[in-house]
Design a protein around this ligand. Sequence first.
Ligand SMILES: Cc1ncc(C[n+]2csc(CCOP(=O)(O)OP(=O)(O)O)c2C)c(N)n1
Ligand SMILES: [Mg+2]
Length: 328
Amino acid sequence: MADLTLNTLSRFYEQLWRIRLLEGHVQRLAAAGEVPGFPHLSTGQEAVAVGVCANLSAGDYLFSGHRAHGHVIAKGSDPYAVFAEIIGRDDGVCRGRGGSMHLVDASNGVLGATGVVAGNLSLAAGAAWAAQVRGDGRIAVVFFGDGATGAGVFHETLNMASLWNLPLLFVCENNGYAEFTSREEHSKVGKVSTFAAPYGISALTLDGNDVLTVHDAARKAIGHIRENGGPWLLECMTFRMAGHYVGDAQRYRSKEEMAAMKEKDPIDRLRRHLVSKGAPEGELDGIAARVKEEMAAAVDRARKAARPDPATVMDYVYSATLPSPEQA
Ligand SMILES: Cc1ncc(C[n+]2csc(CCOP(=O)(O)OP(=O)(O)O)c2C)c(N)n1
Ligand SMILES: [Mg+2]
């Protein structure tokens, strides 16, 4: 495993808190009816986003699904603009037109989240293909859940990505559930990573609640992809500590199961590691307190921000500029 500096580990700690706290505000405001639609939180799964995205640059492409907040923040998008988008404000990354499930921030390589389960996979293959054709050294990363692996497009995309040697990293967040159905009930295939071998794709199943393990696996996989093309698949075993969406009463899980998940909280785990490496507890508390203030300020500002003007509803539907004949 790479020997990461305390500084780098502290940045991971900060990012984990940023996602956790931002989503805490989403939960609170959703319960108060201030968030349009059904937000899906990644509470407990943040280490996957942070560990993978720490290996990406702004130019790399990212695709996500309905549980996207953490991925977009970890990729480096402005948390204020992400939060403003989630509550439908004009300052949002999509000028308030997308909301929680449709976050796009092209300036940061975030080509999109989607509520269509598995719909992001083939789009990510398209972006990876574009990068390959252009030879610009970019890669594409797609985050999806274990439930998405039951969709045909998952297998079609594995096949095409392998055939065309696309620079594409598949990141499965296996949280053991598709909505309210456990993995045992929706698939007889134990490990998602076993789907990769028949297509000739290298894959690894790993502890997705340990940000260091995720970071290391992603570093190696992305290193292979950048060197040889691709693709690679990482199956990150994790836990959804929140409901499927805000408001899910979670009657399908026992109290014992929920308590066991809390034991594996990725933030506590990284904190224990940092302390064992000599990080002062006071400094770690300071990081969390600073991010808490930062998020509270972002939320206050976003709540006061304007909603998009209804008269502009047709703006951004079509590209304002047509490509020149040479580009077309
Ligand atoms: C094409 C499609 N089918 C069904 C749904 C309804 N749906 C929303 S989330 C979900 C489960 C997804 O499970 P998984 O991929 O494991 O992601 P997780 O919610 O666990 O992060 C389903 C079936 C949908 N949004 N899109
Ligand atoms: Mg799942």
